[in-house]
Design a protein around this ligand. Structure first.
Ligand SMILES: *Cc1c(COP(=O)(O)O)cnc(C)c1O
Length: 369
């Protein structure tokens, strides 16, 4: 707690020092010969060669400000997804748009809901807006619509839901999302974070487009960081009703998406083949990991994303912490997820064939030790 009376130096406003800063996945390992970074759900195939070319071209004209409206990128997204570009806002990663939504729709004292094992960024942005984070229990590591609806109070302004969720990889079918929306008061904003939508291969899944189109209180957020392999470029976007687009455009920085990001995004959307290769690779290896790891006696949460949550035995010798150290020493960097309510699990990004086989082999060795 900072004392309001401390006038010896500038003081952040109330609540800021209560925020626990986000800790990204590790990126290195000491001493290992070859490092496989499987901690941030990055694309093992990298980004499209067409993107690299487009970014090289921008490098020759960096003195120019970007188009503040990111028009070319919004048009390319609109074309690829069959959406009206006027209903799209682009951002510096989808993280930025999640923060803007919180800043725009939450006042101090308001409440915003997210789920027990939901993406941690929501809580940070809710607190940053001075609002009260309300965490709702999940059922079998999946968001529970009834529990969310039961947590809605007169002060609730936003519900944040990642679908599929990170780090569980579980999802809600469209019927459940529709039921959630139907149960919310119309002044409550439903934010559907569909960061992993492209990976989902289920007939009962819908990313959120339909619900946005038919209502005034739903937005869908998306990212180029996962399927397009562009985490380093920071490109996200939101699809929403005109009144929300209007409000967010007033709140965002005038040039929030940089020139390289705009060109990279446009090029990435043109390379359908790269997206298809990525999905096919993920499909194959997600299934492989989901079958192989349980054979070792490890429980995995059924995932539809590009990562898998691995639960470790309760004996001390084989805890997630020990597994993390063991894997790191062999160059496999997974993600600790204690902060997400899983002290004894690790999240693994679906990697290259070499990485996936390597982790499975290393885990077999670890469990025998
Ligand atoms: C990775 C991720 C994001 C996207 O982050 P960017 O800021 O676009 O890189 C958003 N939501 C969830 C649930 C994620 O896992």
């Amino acid at each position: 707690m900072t004392k309001a009376t401390d006038l010896s130096r500038p003081q952040p406003r109330a609540g800021v020092m209560d925020i626990e800063a986000y800790v990204p996945g590790k990126s290195g390992a000491h001493g290992a010969v070859k490092v496989h970074k499987l901690s941030s759900n990055e694309n093992p195939l990298g980004s499209s060669p067409k993107v690299i070319e487009a970014v090289r071209e921008v490098a020759g004209k960096l003195e120019f400000y970007p188009d503040g409206a990111a028009t070319r990128l919004r048009e390319a997204i609109g074309e690829a997804h069959g959406l009206n570009p006027a209903n799209i806002v682009c951002s510096n990663g989808s993280d930025e748009i999640l923060g803007l939504l919180a800043q725009t729709y939450l006042s101090p004292g308001d409440e915003a809901i997210f789920t027990e094992h939901g993406f941690l960024v929501y809580k940070i942005y809710i607190q940053a807006a001075g609002a009260v984070p309300v965490s709702v229990k999940e059922t079998e590591e999946r968001a529970d619509v009834d529990a969310i609806l039961a947590a809605v109070s007169p002060r609730t302004k936003i519900v944040f839901l990642a679908n599929p969720n990170n780090p569980t990889g579980t999802y809600l079918p469209f019927e459940e999302i529709r039921r959630l929306h139907a149960g919310l008061p119309r002044h409550v904003l439903l934010v559907i974070d569909a960061a992993y939508a492209e990976y989902v291969r289920r007939n009962d899944y819908e990313a959120g487009v339909e619900l946005v189109g038919n209502s005034q209180n739903v937005v869908m957020t998306r990212t180029f960081s996962k399927i397009h392999g562009l985490g380093g470029m920071r490109i996200g976007w939101m699809y929403g009703p005109a009144h929300i687009v209007d409000a967010i455009n007033r709140m965002r920085g005038p040039f929030n998406v940089n020139a390289a990001a705009i060109e990279a995004g446009v090029a990435a959307l043109k390379d359908r083949a790269h997206v298809d290769r990525t999905v096919a690779h993920n499909d194959h290896w997600l299934r492989w990991l989901s079958e192989e790891l349980p054979k070792l006696g490890l429980r995995v949460t059924p995932s539809v994303g590009n990562f898998i949550l691995i639960h470790f035995p309760t004996d001390e010798k084989h805890s997630a912490e020990k597994a993390d150290a063991f894997l790191s020493s062999r160059g496999y960097i997974l993600r600790r997820v204690a902060a997400y309510g899983f002290p004894n699990a690790l999240r693994m990004t679906v990697g290259t064939e070499e990485a996936n086989r390597g982790v499975a082999a290393a885990l077999a060795e670890f469990l025998k030790s």
